[in-house]
Every structure is written in C-alpha cells, then in structure tokens.
Write a protein that binds this ligand. Structure first.
Ligand SMILES: Nc1ncnc2c1ncn2[C@@H]1O[C@H](COP(=O)(O)OP(=O)(O)OP(=O)(O)O)[C@@H](O)[C@H]1O
Length: 250
C-alpha cells in the first residue's frame, strides 16, 4: 500500500530559489527510505512539504490517503530533527508526553505510554531526569521516544544523528532498526548526508542532485533485516556504499 506519493512536485521559495524540481516518488507502508544528496539539494524541503509544514508550488502530494495537512492534524506523522529540542525545565517523562498532553489524553494513559517508549529506547531509568543530565545520544533517544509516543504511521527523521560522535551514531542506528522492526508497519523516511548510514539503515535510497533538487537515482538495498553489526564489515555493504557514492557524483 502506498503511504506517500509525490507527483511532479516542485518548490520555488519566495526569493526565487528553486529548491525542488519535479520530484516523483512512491513509498510503501513499512519501508525505510533514505534521502541522500549534497547540502542544499532540497532534502529538508521535500520533508517539510510531505509533513505538511510547507506548501509545494507545483505538483501533488498524497500521504496516507489524504493531504499532508490532514496527516499532520490527525497525528499520523511525527518528525525528529538533528536538534533534540527538549524543554530544559521539565523531566524526560514530561518531554515525552508533551504530544499527549496537547491532546488532553488521560494522565494515567500518558504515563503508561511514556513508560512504553522509554523502554523502547532503553531509557526506562531516566523518566525523572532533566535533559541537562543526559548525553547527546540520550537526548536524541528522548527525542525519538517523543516522536513514537503518538504511534505515528510515518516517522520523518531529518539528519537525526548528524551531531553525534561516530560510535554513538552507529549504536543509535542499530537501535533505530530494532525499534522500527518492533513497530507494526511504521514507515521511516530518513535524511542523511552519509552514504554509510543510508546503506546500513534503508531498504531503498533516493539519491538527489545538487540544487535544484531532483531525485536522480533510486537504489534498492537487497539485504534482509535484522542486519546486525556484522553487515558493516560485509563486502555487500562496501559495494552498496560505493554505488551510492558514485551515484552522488553523477
Ligand atoms: N525558507 C527559505 N527561503 C529561501 N530559500 C530557502 C528556504 N529554505 C531553504 N532554502 C534554500 O533551498 C535550498 C534547499 O534547502 P534544503 O534545506 O531543503 O536543503 P537540504 O538538502 O536539506 O540541505 P542540508 O543538507 O544542508 O540540510 C537551499 O539552497 C536553501 O538555501
């Protein structure tokens, strides 16, 4: 089942910058799709349009059988950005239940949901901690937990691990795949500059050209999940990374 379709989608900003030109794509339920491309090629712009945060200037976006605005207001999509953007003065648990507080869900249910997602991201002992007591990797885990608390059908992740050190980044990649496999048919769309990250995580990679951004190539990573740490050392992994890097150069 298609959960996201872009048909000839373009975006020209008011200052005349053509950020995206005639993007076409079709994403199915349960996929993990990454977008790679040089800085400024329009990856975030595509995301913002699909998530209903910005309007295309041409073309059509169908998401979960409706418009991006409908998907956003029905809480069926969640976003995670590079900055964890946690409220510094409230606990991890309060940060996580924020989307449920806004929806005025019963308090008991909120706390149960917080416990569920804290376990998913391995932070069950930190519910009462304040964000300043956490490392960068832990803050990102909280940010992911907050995005998962509303059980989204599509999770948009825009360079979520870009500010983390390499070891933390790899650990979070593995954890993210585990979480994704535990959720029922959640689709993940992931922006990254990093070909290694894209190959490790995705079942499909969209390669974008420099501005104006177009989707120039689509690479399927035909390696079954769970992939495990050993996949990074496998020749298939380096072959796919080379394929993505070459595609980025053309
Ligand atoms: N609000 C805006 N007004 C004008 N131009 C913009 C706006 N937002 C983005 N742009 C421009 O549109 C182009 C695409 O930006 P976008 O952020 O989508 O790229 P990106 O691929 O996500 O970049 P990066 O990898 O550096 O985050 C860039 O040239 C950027 O400067």
């Amino acid at each position: 089942m298609e959960v996201l379709g872009l048909k000839n989608v373009s975006k020209t900003y008011r200052n005349g910058t053509v950020a995206v030109q005639e993007a076409n794509l079709s994403i199915h339920e349960g996929e993990f799709v990454s977008f790679v491309g040089p800085s400024g090629c329009g990856k975030s712009t595509i995301f913002r349009m699909a998530a209903g945060l910005s309007q295309p200037t041409a073309g059509q976006i169908d998401i979960l059988g409706g418009t991006p605005e409908q998907a956003r207001t029905s809480n069926s999509i969640s976003c995670v950005f590079q900055e964890a953007t946690l409220l510094p003065w409230v606990s991890v648990s309060e940060n996580i239940t924020l989307p449920l507080q806004l929806r005025k869900q019963p308090r008991k249910q909120q706390l149960e949901e917080a416990e569920r997602v804290l376990q998913l991201v391995g932070l069950q002992d930190y519910a009462k901690a304040l964000p300043r007591e956490l490392s960068g990797g832990m803050k990102m885990r909280v940010s992911i937990a907050r995005a998962l608390v509303a059980k989204p059908k599509i999770l948009f992740m825009d360079e979520p691990f870009g500010a983390l050190d390499e070891i933390t980044r790899q650990t979070l990649q593995e954890e993210l795949l585990t979480i994704w496999q535990k959720t029922e048919q959640m689709t993940i769309l992931f922006v990254t500059h990093n070909a290694f990250e894209a190959v490790y995580l995705s079942n499909r990679i969209m390669v974008m050209t420099p501005r104006p951004g177009r989707i120039s190539d689509e690479i399927a990573i035909n390696i079954p999940y769970p992939r495990g740490e050993q996949f990074r050392a496998h020749s298939d992994f380096s072959n796919y990374v080379r394929q993505v890097s070459e595609s980025l150069r053309h």
